[in-house]
Each structure stands twice: as structure tokens, then as C-alpha cells.
Design a protein around this ligand. Structure first.
Ligand code: GTP
Ligand code: MG
Ligand code: ZN
Length: 346
């Protein structure tokens, strides 16, 4: 194994270290120098200690590590010992373990989450709403990027329909193949900041990162001709540095077909801020926006100012979140009965 970087000393701020992480590190009370996880391969983390240097590899035995995490490595350099608490994390519901839902953190310590949609597909408002809930819950700032404008004639209509479900969130057009919007996107990643790109397979995430970096650092491949679906080319998350003096960081992620909620905060309120604002004007504080008198939400629907499908979508997400909480609660109670210590992911 290659010798480890000096194990004590200041973390490299160019890697995205900030005041929040500094406080969390002090609270850990462990003086070892944190490094940043740039990729994960079958139980191994690649960890960068200095922005210009190669990554060190260590095993993650029992450590729940995501790309973007700051970690402390054992003195012999073999293992990841500790993860510095994240200031943000994009987490989704991954799978079931037994009958319990398990969370998967896709990317950690992210400042900006870019939700990428391709104009070649029909605008998927419901998917974007879900992604926005997760993005707001992550603690990062979301933006929406639409790609492949060069392949369609009616881009404006699609962009407008995505904007309609992303109140207050910028929707930018960008393309890794034509270069459109690439400079504007790069400006959103100053030194020490991290931007993660998320979206379905084939929408052009890796192509955009290659354009931002100015080099084909990531593999991309053509979508299937018949249905424009991607081929799941990217199989692992990866932290990539912008070139030059700039030390902005990009995280590429594998395309996911479905985004399942793993909710913990105020994601729904923020993603549906238009509906929540309207509901302030409902006559009853506990209005369910069904057939109550004086319902401002139903009034907006009747006036054509709110799409009823958006209200339905919000209600479904609220129900899904409540079901997830019940499930977690039931699981924790069962663990307590068996005398197992409570532990909750994240
Ligand atoms: N015409 C056009 N093609 C694009 C654009 N963006 C990406 N592509 C093409 O779309 C295909 C898929 O792009 P990728 O960058 O591999 O997509 P991805 O989102 O990384 O996909 P996964 O890694 O599978 O999640 C490639 O052939 C790209 O050249 C664009 O704006 N316009
Ligand atoms: Mg990719
Ligand atoms: Zn109401």
C-alpha cells in the first residue's frame, strides 16, 4: 500500500472543506486529517487528501460511506474509521432488507444538486417533483438542467411544463454536445464547492461533466435508437475536479429509473411551496383541500391557476412519507423488543 499522506494537519480546503464540516470534525474530537472520498469500488474508498494528488485506497469495513464524504483513515492506512457528519446528503430509498426500507446516500456534502432532464423525452413532471423533494431534503440547493435542446423543435413547451412544477427553482438549458449553457453551469461551481448531477440514464450527465471539464474524463454512450433510453453507462458515482486554478467539484452519478422517497425534513413543503402558500389562505387550518368550504387550493384549481394533478401528486408523496415513517417506527419498536439498540440510518 502506498504511504499515507500526513495523518495530522489541516484538511485541504480546496477539496470542499467548509466551516460546517470544521465544526463537525472538532465535535468528533479526533485530530486525524480528513480526506474526501472520490469514488467507491466494492467496499473500497478512494480518498483524496490533497487536491492535486492521487487518491489513497482504503477499505470501508462497517463504515457507511458515500462519494463526497470526508473520512478519517486508520493510522496504518488500511481502513476508513470515521465519517465526518455530512452537511448535506442526497439520499433515496434504495431497497428492502428483510421487510425494512433501507436508505442509500448517493452523494454527500453537495452544495448544488442538478436535476437533469432531456428534452427528447416527454416532460416528466411527476418525476421532477419527486426529485425536488429529495433535493430540498438533502440540504443542497437544487437547479434543473434540460439537455438535448438541439434534437427537438418545441423545446419551449417542455421547459415551461417543467418550470411549472419547480417554483423558485432555476431551469437552465445546457448541452454537453453543443456547449450550450456549459459556461453558466461552470460558474455555479466556484472553488471549494461541489455540484452533483442526477437524472435518468442517457439524459447526458456524463457528457455535461466532460464538457465542463473540457476533457473526456468519463465514458458516455449513445441512447437506444428506438426509445431514446440510456444504457446505464455510468455504474458508479465519481468526484471529478474542474481543471485549472479552479477547484470546483462535480459528482457524476449512475442514471436511476425511479426515485423513491426517503424523507426526513421539509422537502415536500419546499418542493410544493406554491400549494403550501395557497393553503395559508384556506379557511380551516387543517384543511385537506378536498371539499371543505373556503379552500384556497381548490379555488386555485377551479380558476385554472393550479393543476389538479399537482395537488394529487403532493398528496401521494405526503402519504408515501407517512407510510415510510410508520414502517421505520414499527421496525424500531420491534428492534427494541428484541433488545437491539436503536439505530437509524442517517
Ligand atoms: N444531441 C445531443 N446528444 C446528447 C446531448 N447530451 C448528451 N447527448 C448524448 O446522449 C448520450 C447519452 O449521454 P451520457 O452522457 O452517456 O448520459 P448519462 O446521463 O451519463 O447516462 P448514464 O451514465 O447511463 O446515467 C450520448 O450519446 C451523448 O452524446 C445533447 O445535449 N444533445
Ligand atoms: Mg453517465
Ligand atoms: Zn384547502
Amino acid at each position: 500500500m502506498e504511504p499515507l499522506e500526513p495523518s495530522h494537519g489541516r484538511p485541504d480546503e480546496r477539496l470542499g472543506w467548509n466551516a460546517t464540516l470544521e465544526t463537525s470534525w472538532h465535535d468528533l474530537g479526533d485530530p486525524r486529517r480528513p480526506g474526501r472520498v472520490s469514488r467507491l469500488d466494492r467496499g473500497w474508498s478512494s480518498i483524496v487528501f490533497d487536491a492535486g494528488a492521487d487518491a489513497h485506497r482504503a477499505r470501508n469495513i462497517g463504515a457507511d460511506v458515500a462519494v463526497g464524504d470526508w473520512v478519517l483513515v486508520s493510522d496504518d492506512g488500511e481502513r476508513v474509521d470515521e465519517v465526518v457528519p455530512r452537511f448535506s446528503a442526497f439520499t433515496r430509498r434504495a431497497s428492502f432488507e428483510g421487510n425494512r426500507a433501507v436508505a442509500q446516500t448517493i452523494a454527500a456534502n453537495v452544495d448544488t444538486v442538478v436535476l437533469v432532464h432531456a428534452l427528447t423525452a416527454l416532460p416528466n413532471q411527476r418525476r421532477l417533483e419527486r426529485e425536488l423533494v429529495l433535493a430540498f431534503d438533502s440540504g443542497a440547493t437544487p437547479i434543473v438542467v434540460v439537455t438535448k435542446g438541439d434534437l427537438v423543435d418545441d423545446a419551449d413547451a417542455t421547459v415551461a411544463s417543467l418550470e411549472a412544477v419547480a417554483p423558485g427553482v432555476p431551469v437552465l438549458r445546457a448541452s454537453g454536445t453543443s456547449g450550450e449553457g456549459v459556461d453558466a453551469l461552470r460558474d455555479l461551481v466556484p472553488t471549494g464547492r461541489t455540484m452533483a448531477l442526477l437524472g435518468a440514464s442517457g439524459v447526458g450527465k456524463s457528457t455535461l461533466i466532460n464538457a465542463l471539464v473540457g476533457n473526456d474524463v468519463l465514458r458516455t454512450s449513445a441512447v437506444r435508437e428506438q426509445d431514446q433510453r440510456g444504457r446505464h453507462t455510468t455504474t458508479a458515482c465519481e468526484l471529478v475536479r474542474l481543471p485549472g486554478d479552479r477547484h470546483g467539484w462535480l459528482i457524476d452519478t449512475p442514471g436511476v429509473r425511479a426515485v423513491s422517497l426517503w424523507s426526513s425534513g421539509h422537502g415536500i413543503e419546499r418542493a410544493f411551496v406554491d400549494v403550501f402558500d395557497l393553503s395559508e389562505h384556506c379557511r380551516f387550518r387543517d384543511c385537506k383541500h378536498e371539499d371543505e368550504p373556503g379552500c384556497a387550493v381548490q379555488a386555485a384549481i377551479a380558476a385554472g391557476a393550479l393543476d389538479p394533478r399537482r395537488l394529487e401528486a403532493m398528496k401521494r408523496l405526503v402519504a408515501e412519507e407517512a407510510a415510510l415513517e410508520d414502517e421505520q417506527w414499527a421496525w424500531e419498536k420491534a428492534q427494541d423488543r428484541r433488545g437491539v439498540r436503536r439505530s437509524r440510518p442517517r
